[in-house]
Design a protein around this ligand. Structure first.
Ligand SMILES: *Cc1c(COP(=O)(O)O)cnc(C)c1O
Length: 366
């Protein structure tokens, strides 16, 4: 077969293809494994969302509401923004793609950091854009170096705040100093997937900058604190003129009906949300207290996950943990080959993780 694949598409690397959990369990002859690898909500989905979705199943023969009308009204109220400032997507991943599709032409430049979320350089490349990837400084976004990478062709700057995978966050002052030096016309995107978990006292909030003279966008998701990663729903907050561009680019029914209904219900489920935050806070504190007894120093975090430098090959450690039914994320794809990333779990899961880590260390030899 002869396909005329553009060079920039040939160069893309597919997202690391994990096997389904069931398949791994079969291969390793284990059952009841726990996944602490993808920053999901270990508490499960919001029960209100599950109930609302159950009631909506009989309407699956209908197309969804392409405008996400009710969800937009509810999020606008919840976030105190206007519905014209919101764009929903099939996960906030889709908003990242839409931003690139709307703004990046071949040869245009997109700035992101490394190690950081791997989706940003990918969507830029898919548009034929040129990536300028700035190394973190001491595991934090290097805002000074990022500013120095801006050229006349820069269209987008992606900053996840807090950053995945390091869990670090920059605050208002640093951001305002940075934003003041970004030329007009460059869109700065703050990916706030983990903002719910961040210290409210330190937190910078994109909503405070939506009306400024520099175009900004903030990304939020129902995948983490709301426990709905499998539904695929997230949104961007941005000036109406930018939202308008994304609406032109997006598919007509990009958010499915169950996702809209589930997200709407989850938004009202304050109890599940608060329990999630409490579980996360307690789990992080407990693991940070316990891991030093294994000779490990977990890094501080503003999220529901954290990094640990094992001082040894993280992939081998991950594989040994897998055989014990505990799945963590090795960081070699992020350029941190001796690190693993751990998503906080329930108290029982955290205990099991700790035991598996102790056994793995004993097995592999200190
Ligand atoms: C998990 C995550 C998201 C959320 O993606 P969805 O597509 O909404 O599930 C976005 N950005 C970062 C940095 C993440 O880690």
């Amino acid at each position: 077969m002869k396909l005329a694949i553009p060079e920039h598409i040939r160069g893309l690397v597919p997202y690391p293809p994990g096997k389904p959990l069931e398949e791994l369990e079969r291969e390793y002859g284990i059952t009841g494994s726990i996944k602490m690898a993808s920053n999901e909500n270990s508490l499960g989905p919001s029960p209100k969302a599950v109930a609302a979705i159950g009631q909506a199943l009989g309407n699956l023969h209908r197309y969804p509401d392409g405008s996400c009308y009710y969800l937009a009204q509810a999020v606008a109220r919840h976030q105190q923004v206007s519905p014209a400032q919101i764009v929903f997507g099939n996960g906030s991943d889709e908003i990242i793609s839409l931003l690139a599709a709307a703004l990046v032409q071949p040869g245009d430049e997109v700035i992101s950091s490394a190690p950081s979320f791997l989706v940003y350089p990918k969507v830029a490349q898919a548009q034929g854009g040129v990536n300028r990837v700035v190394p973190l400084n001491d595991l934090r976004h290097d805002l000074t170096a990022i500013r120095e990478q801006i050229t006349g062709r820069t269209r987008l700057i992606f900053l996840d705040n807090p950053n995945n995978p390091t869990g670090t966050m920059f605050g208002r002052q640093a951001f305002e100093r940075f934003l003041a030096q970004v030329p007009e016309g460059v869109v700065t995107v703050l990916d706030e997937a983990y903002i719910d978990f961040a210290d409210p006292g330190q937190r910078l909030d994109i909503r405070d900058y939506l009306d400024g003279d520099r175009p900004v966008a903030g990304l939020r998701t129902f995948s983490k604190a709301y426990g709905l990663a499998g539904l695929r729903v997230g949104y961007g907050l941005m000036p109406p003129a930018l939202a308008d561009c994304l609406h032109r680019v997006r598919g007509p029914f990009n958010v499915n009906s169950l996702a809209q209904i589930g997200a709407l219900a989850a938004l009202t489920d304050t109890e599940h949300y608060q329990r999630t935050l409490a579980m996360t806070r307690e789990g992080i504190a407990w693991l940070h207290e316990q891991l030093p007894s294994l000779g490990l120093t977990p890094l501080p975090t503003e999220t529901n996950f954290f990094l640990v430098d094992l001082g040894r090959d993280g992939k081998a450690f991950y594989q040994a943990m897998l055989k014990k039914g505990v799945i963590v994320r090795p960081m070699n794809a992020y350029g941190l080959p001796t690190y693993i990333r751990i998503t906080v779990g329930t108290a029982a899961e955290n205990k099991r993780l700790l035991k598996a880590m102790a056994d793995t260390l004993a097995e592999l030899g200190q």
